[in-house]
Design a protein around this ligand. Structure first.
Ligand code: NAG
Ligand code: NAG
Ligand code: NAG
Ligand code: NAG
Ligand code: NAG
Ligand code: NAG
Ligand code: NAG
Length: 409
């Protein structure tokens, strides 16, 4: 640790991560939520973490419109490694599952016009028990660069949480030193949250391109709701620190998996766009419902996600219906186009029929007297023109979302 601490004093002079990447939220595919640590290619050859799985997904991204929609990062999460290092302590890909090695994958994916991401862990062993990066940070940064990766997801298992403050910037320093532009996806604040330690979001946002602030997403509505609640609470005001180059990360899109209804999938897609969240799909693209596929490729929602201001929506109000029937959340995102906003109305109740929330744009802080041209974002349909004092009705399905863009006229 001595080495790390002395280097850190040196790094203290650098005030912001400035690698030219993630100017808008990164979009791609990531293996973890859907494929986990499936290393059993003998019994489950089509779903194990392997070269074939990654290339199959990459092919579909190119051939079925995902790449054109903006999903360009093809990322392998955990469990790509062999459980040993080479004679120099270097990382070794599992020889059976990745027989041609990471550079081969990188070349293939680059030839398709896409980008390639990999995973490591700051601790001495990874979350799943493979060799970690601790004491090898510089060596592994160069090894990743030699494989020509474009993104590094850097986990925090089996490390001392406070070390995140020193360790994550050291890895960033070495990634920078390699001279290769590598998008740095950190889990730095998450491990401090686990230990209920002080999180210096200013340092996190300056040190990472994307930073996982909350628990891993699971394939369930409860997980999506809880994650949104964390962003709604915005404890420590971390949302104010996002923007081009640095985005808070509520974890993968689970649209098209098993756990969400169609309306719930719309909530996740719409809200990840509102939050300017990285959009890494974790789904079996070989096997996806056409409605989920269309949702993932919805150009209007993607445009909201990619808005150049990179603003993270704030939760304005939580409205509990009479007799506790349900909870309505209203979220507001400031857009790059001067005076324009996106609003999301989300109902978390599973009871009954669509409900209508009546308000005015003025009550939600949209006060330009010239009024607003309002468009429903998923469909692109014009809703109408509204002055701040006009009645505005939002009809929301149970566990659904109503998402609009309001442009000053
Ligand atoms: C390394 O950091 C410097 C200073 O912030 C920056 O100008 C440069 O673009 C970075 N290089 C890479 C490869 O990230
Ligand atoms: C790797 O080997 C170590 C030491 O033998 C063991 O403790 C660990 O569980 C192994 N990890 C995996 C993923 O098999
Ligand atoms: C948080 O990090 C920033 C940037 O590294 C630093 O200037 C500031 O002193 C830190 N704040 C605390 C309370 O540690
Ligand atoms: C959000 O804040 C409320 C009220 O303080 C708290 O009960 C809830 O656990 C918080 N949610 C998350 C996900 O942190
Ligand atoms: C949310 O929807 C449920 C079911 O339709 C409804 O009972 C409830 O009143 C709604 N919540 C609000 C705040 O309108
Ligand atoms: C409102 O926005 C829609 C969609 O962008 C556009 O077609 C329409 O012309 C706009 N109407 C006004 C009055 O600005
Ligand atoms: C209101 O919107 C109009 C049209 O976009 C713009 O010209 C004007 O500056 C805005 N007024 C304020 C106070 O922002």
């Amino acid at each position: 640790m001595k080495v790390i601490i002395s280097l850190c004093l040196f790094i203290g002079a650098v005030s912001a991560l400035n690698n030219g990447l993630a100017l808008t939220p990164p979009m791609g595919w990531l293996s973890w939520e859907r494929f986990r640590c499936n290393v059993d290619c003998v019994n489950d050859p089509h779903n194990c973490i392997s070269e074939n799985l990654i290339l199959e997904m990459a092919d579909i991204m190119v051939n079925e419109g995902y790449k054109d929609a903006g999903y360009v990062y093809v990322n392998i999460d955990a469990c790509w490694m062999a459980n040993y290092t080479d004679e120099n302590g270097g990382m070794v890909p599992d020889p059976k599952r990745f027989p041609n090695g990471p550079k081969y994958l990188a070349d293939k994916i680059h030839a398709m016009g896409m980008k390639f991401g990999m995973y490591q862990d700051f601790g001495h062993i990874t979350c799943l028990g493979y060799p970690g990066a601790e004491f090898h940070l510089e060596q592994y940064a160069y090894q990743f660069a030699s494989w020509e990766i474009d993104l590094l997801k850097f986990d925090g298992c089996n490390s001392v949480p406070r070390d995140g403050d020193t360790g994550y910037p050291v890895m960033e320093f070495f990634l920078n030193k390699t001279g290769r532009q590598i998008l740095y996806s950190c889990e730095w604040p998450l491990y401090q949250l686990f230990k209920q330690e002080y999180i210096n979001y200013t340092a996190v946002a300056a040190g990472c391109n994307t930073w996982r602030a909350y628990h891993d997403i699971q394939d369930s509505w409860d997980s999506v709701k809880e994650t949104l609640d964390f962003w709604g609470n915005n404890s420590g005001n971390f949302a104010s620190l996002t923007g081009p180059g640095s985005f808070s990360d509520p974890d993968m899109l689970i649209v098209g998996d098993f756990g969400l209804s169609y309306d719930q999938q719309r909530v996740q897609m719409g809200m990840w766009a509102m939050l300017s969240a990285p959009m890494h799909m974790s789904v079996d693209l070989r096997n996806i419902d056409p409605k989920s596929k269309a949702l993932l490729q919805n150009r209007n929602v993607i445009a909201l996600n990619q808005d150049p201001l990179g603003y993270t929506a704030r939760r304005l109000l939580v409205y509990t219906a009479p007799r506790n029937q349900g909870i309505f959340n209203v979220w507001k995102k400031v857009l790059y186009q001067q005076g324009s906003y996106a609003l999301a109305f989300v109902n978390y109740s599973d009871q009954g029929t669509p409900n209508t929330y009546t308000t005015t744009l003025g009550q939600l802080g949209l006060t330009n007297a010239s009024g607003y041209n309002v468009t429903e974002i998923f469909s692109g349909m014009t809703v109408g023109q509204f002055r701040p004092q006009d009645e505005f009705k939002a009809t929301v399905n149970p566990e659904g979302i109503y998402l609009v863009k309001c442009v000053t006229m």
